[in-house]
Design a protein around this ligand. Structure first.
Ligand code: APR
Ligand code: MG
Ligand code: MG
Length: 197
């Protein structure tokens, strides 16, 4: 386990901590951009109220609800769909850097989940998020898909990664791309080099 990371059980022992759960929803797709560039996977992120990119989810109170029930509640508010999240979808938990907890003296622990869906289910989430979701236009300004290809000049994933992200959402995305083999390591490396330059 990398430094700063906790198991789900270790994280829950900290009763004085605040907890936030977020999820990466994704699917495979056969569609192509301009009829020739394979899109390969649809990964959902959101433009937040604070102008930063992040994953759907939010603050959860483990004394009132399980982490996964709290995450499902946040998803209903932010995406407008009931999506069951289970312990098996949990990827990691870690202490957020001090700046993420600045509004409160208590330490924030962030829990990250990944859930693979069918392409049609992802499209349904996008439709609901833009119409019936309670938080649409308020906490959530819109859902965005992550471009996974890299075009000449660095457009695509490299440009996407050069935006500003909340907390450790950017590294959660990069780690997931590698772990789930959604982008080839050498392509990701190229995109990271471009996004820093
Ligand atoms: N990685 C690490 N931390 C994150 C991530 C992430 N991917 N995404 C969000 N956070 C942090 C945010 O900085 C925030 O402090 O987790 C906390 C809660 O996440 P939100 O999704 O912002 O919480 P939510 O419950 O949906 O919204 C409540 O209203 O009162 C405000 O500022 C408060 O952000 C909070 C929002
Ligand atoms: Mg929320
Ligand atoms: Mg949120």
């Amino acid at each position: 386990m990398a430094s700063g990371q906790l198991s789900r059980a270790e994280a829950l022992v900290c009763s004085g901590c605040r907890h936030a759960c977020h999820v990466m929803l994704y699917s495979d797709t056969k569609t192509k951009l301009f009829g020739r560039i394979p899109i390969r996977h649809i990964i959902l992120m959101q433009m937040r109220f604070d102008g930063l990119l992040g994953f759907p989810g939010g603050l959860v109170n483990p004394s009132e609800e399980t982490l996964e029930a709290g995450l499902s509640r946040e998803l209903l508010e932010e995406l407008g769909v009931a999506l069951p999240i289970s312990v098996e979808d949990h990827v990691d938990s870690c202490h957020a850097p001090a700046s993420s907890s600045s509004s409160s003296s208590s330490q924030l622990i962030t829990h990250f989940y990944v859930k693979k869906m069918e392409e049609e289910q992802i499209r349904e989430v996008e439709r609901a998020a833009a119409s019936t979701a309670a938080d649409h236009g308020q906490e959530v300004l819109g859902m965005v898909r992550v471009p996974l290809y890299t075009m000449k000049g660095g457009g695509g994933l490299a440009s996407f990664l050069s935006h500003s992200f909340i907390g450790n959402a950017r590294s959660q995305l990069i780690d997931s791309l590698l772990r789930l083999n959604l982008v080839a390591p050498e392509e990701l490396h190229k995109a990271l080099t471009h996004s820093l330059g």
